[in-house]
Design a protein around this ligand. Sequence first.
Ligand code: PAF
Length: 277
Amino acid sequence: MTQIVRTVSELRALVRGWKVQGDVVGVVPTMGALHEGHLSLARAAKAECERVIVTIFVNPKQFNNPDDLKKYPRTEEADADLLRGVGVDVIFAPAPEEVYPTGFATTVSVAGVAQPLEGALRPGHFDGVATVVAKLFGMTMADRGYFGQKDWQQLQVIKRLVRDLNIPVWIVGCETIREADGLAMSSRNARLRDAARRVAPALYAAMTRAALAVRAGDSGALETCAAEVQAAGFDSVEYIELRDASTLGPAEGRERPLRLLAAAWLDGIRLIDNIPV
Ligand code: PAF
């Protein structure tokens, strides 16, 4: 049976009981509006942990645009039905005051990996993510945390966070789940109108061609990729960059794994994607 829990004290009482029995606890942090990508994380957690908590919390601290926060879909009932189908033990869906009570004064800020790309374009975003994820780990006392590779930079920021703060949670990065046409699943996709939805897979298609071109030594591959994305009908490309896969620093040589990361606007929606090179 899936229980919906709203307070930290209730959650902790449950988790303490599980830990006494020696159960491994997995957590899947989400902001709700669940899709198959989230469910794949919950299923991965179910396969590896005796107990699974999915958190649903639209974290105001990670939105640098208040309009984006207001428009963020809130679909708790539908989310709960989906999670019952997967058989998670607990949905932790706290109110904002439970997470950030009056007097809350701490920010967790990760340097280095959190600074380029999304960090530069969305000031404060990763501070908000790191702060809430550190809190969710503390609240849930989980042993394992499941995150999607779709948000590649976020995944690297969270890995850095747990290493730097000795947070005893093992981070599992799960493969991006894609629609049949290649579009990476995202809660934002639902906001694309029909014509834009047909254009959206062009981002992944161009990135896939660019990754092959980079491997073949084509020095103009990233410019070609940006031009192809624009030509397909995207409004603008914020970045298409090749980076060191774990530090997100400049891609130097081929000794370390590299990652191609992109952000582009379509129909007023910001889409991101990334693939290995
Ligand atoms: O990826 C997300 O949905 C959010 O950034 C996370 C990790 C749940 C933190 O609010």
